[in-house]
Design a protein around this ligand. Structure first.
Ligand SMILES: Cc1cc2nc3c(=O)[nH]c(=O)nc-3n(C[C@H](O)[C@H](O)[C@H](O)COP(=O)(O)OP(=O)(O)OC[C@H]3O[C@@H](n4cnc5c(N)ncnc54)[C@H](O)[C@@H]3O)c2cc1C
Length: 503
């Protein structure tokens, strides 16, 4: 162990400990990188200041989807009337809270995840990691020097807007919403993005009076306007009040209730206030200045092999390429391949010259690796490509989307063709009847004859999306898509109708 050693009045910093790779932040992306590199035989230090696994398993994807599963079961039961007899529904939050506590999060205890990482051969260091000059990471009084590189996967935290009074109130972020053992009678949701809508619909289906307040002129503003309309209508049908174009100006809490004052004199009150207005990377905490990088940015820019700078990579939400677990995992795969390729090259070079693979710690590694290509990466290492980035908002109906929206494509000057069909006009949608809201919209580059974006909204919108992701990812010619056989009567068969509508 190495650290600051008091020597009389002076403080001497002993030699840092030499390891192969240091991964700072063991969320989805960091845990994947650290675990797989450790399994590959590298000496890996994984630094985590909170729970190994990060946001997704404890306060994000998994518990929120458990909540959605339960809320959708209630909604389906309420659809029995008229389809299959009658059903009486008595919502109870207790089994949902129990499942999240016991099955998803082990009461927010990461022993299983930590043991999994250690079992792969990784070394877990608890604490906040910070860059400490080139090749070095400091965790408290421990300093590690990385021979092959440092990977940052420190994610994001809720971005809370500077609304007058808000900071002094006991508002909820996604953490408190996911940890809730009991539901409030009413809930204000500030932010009509994916997370806001998913949670709003869940709570409404469990009987909470929910009001969504969104500053932009529509909810789910990053998606197609038609998707915003369907999602808003679905939430309203569940009893959610939605107010768009309202800028929150002041928040008060009188000990029991919140009041949110918006522009134009509007005001809303509720027992709880959930703030879901986006996420923010906290770059100032990472010691970026010690390696000459600017910490005054919203995200950490990376190249297409996730390099931040020589021997430093970043993965996940921190990179600003999309706040999704599947992005973090995708990026992790590239970083793992890159680091292993560089390690092999460095070793081969050292073996050929008869010297040790790494001379003089990180800086020695730096020179040998930098010689292996323009950025040091092997030619076989894949480059990140986000053209076919899928995203799913797990409302009911689900909103799945890939690639560019129509407007984004037009803004890029592409010769755009659009095809659209409502799910209700498909055989499967008609059979499904209640709860069949949705559509397929395809956006094509007419000059290239390929799809460059698509949206699939419906009861299985996220699953139907997969076919459209393949089409965009592989640039499948429209002529081939039109001559595919689509199973009857599936929801995905509506893709064929949307393609026929391209004009
Ligand atoms: C409510 C909600 C629902 C979501 N649903 C979905 C979904 O359905 N599908 C989907 O794809 N995505 C979903 N997401 C997004 C998903 O959770 C994130 O994209 C994913 O967790 C990002 O992983 P990450 O590794 O970048 O960061 P994180 O998971 O945020 O992990 C970062 C880790 O780094 C640690 N850390 C930070 N700073 C330091 C430091 N200095 N030293 C040591 N450790 C540090 C943190 O403690 C944390 O454990 C959801 C998010 C939320 C909030």
């Amino acid at each position: 162990m190495v650290g600051a050693v008091p020597l009389g009045d002076a403080v001497a910093v002993a030699e840092p400990e030499l390891v192969d790779v240091v991964v700072v932040g063991l969320g989805v992306g960091g845990e994947e990188v650290a675990g797989r590199l450790a399994e590959a035989g590298l000496s890996v230090v994984g630094v985590e200041r909170d729970l190994v696994g990060g946001e997704c398993p404890y306060w994000g994807c998994i518990p929120s989807k458990m909540m959605i599963r339960a809320a959708n079961a209630l909604a389906e039961a309420r659809r029995v009337d008229g389809l299959a007899g009658t059903a009486q529904v008595q919502p109870d939050w207790a089994p949902v809270a129990k499942r999240i506590r016991e099955e998803a999060t082990d009461t927010w205890d990461d022993t299983v995840a930590a043991d999994r990482f250690i079992g792969k051969g990784g070394r877990l260091v608890r604490g906040a990691g910070q860059l400490d000059g080139p090749g070095r990471v400091r965790v408290g009084d421990q300093v590690f020097e990385a021979r092959h590189g440092i990977v940052l996967g420190t994610g994001t935290r809720p971005s809370v807007p500077p609304i007058d009074g808000l900071a002094d109130t006991p508002y909820w972020t996604n953490h408190q919403a996911i940890e809730a053992e009991e539901l409030p009678d009413s809930l204000l949701v500030l932010g009509g993005g994916a997370i806001g809508l998913e949670l709003a619909q869940v709570f409404a289906r469990f009987g909470v009076r929910v009001t969504v307040v969104e500053a932009l002129d529509r909810v789910l503003a990053v998606e197609e306007p038609e998707a915003s309309e369907v999602a808003a209508a679905a939430l309203r049908a569940d009893g959610v009040e939605i107010h768009t174009g309202v800028r929150a100006e002041r928040v008060e809490h009188d000990g029991t209730r919140f009041t949110l004052h918006g522009g134009g004199g509007v005001e809303f009150t509720a027992e709880r206030l959930l703030v879901v207005t986006g996420r923010k990377a906290h770059l100032a905490e990472l010691g970026l200045d010690t390696i000459g990088l600017d910490a005054n940015q919203r995200y950490l820019p990376v190249d297409d092999r996730l390099h931040v700078t020589d021997h430093v990579w970043a993965v996940g939400d921190l990179t600003g390429e999309g706040a999704f677990t599947h992005i973090a995992m995708y990026q992790a795969g590239i970083v793992i391949a890159d680091i292993l390729a560089r390690t092999r090259q460095a070793k081969a070079g050292a073996d050929a010259s008869g010297t040790a693979s790494v001379v003089g710690g990180a800086m020695g590694a730096s020179s040998s690796l930098a010689a292996s290509g323009s950025s040091g990466s092997a030619g076989t290492v894949p480059r990140a490509d986000y053209r076919a980035l899928p995203r799913v908002t797990f409302t009911d109906p689900e909103v799945g989307a890939v690639g560019l929206t129509e407007q984004q494509a037009r803004d890029r000057g592409i010769n755009v063709q659009v095809g659209f069909t409502k799910l209700g006009s498909s055989t499967r949608g008609w059979i499904h009847q209640v709860g069949d809201d949705g559509f397929i919209k395809v956006v094509a580059d007419a000059d290239q004859g390929v799809l460059i974006g698509a949206t699939s909204v419906g009861p299985a919108g996220g699953e139907v999306l997969s076919a459209l992701v393949v089409a965009v990812h592989a640039a499948v010619p429209l002529s081939q898509l039109r001559h595919m056989i689509y199973a009857y009567p599936t929801f995905h068969r509506a893709i064929e109708t949307a393609l026929r509508d391209l004009s």
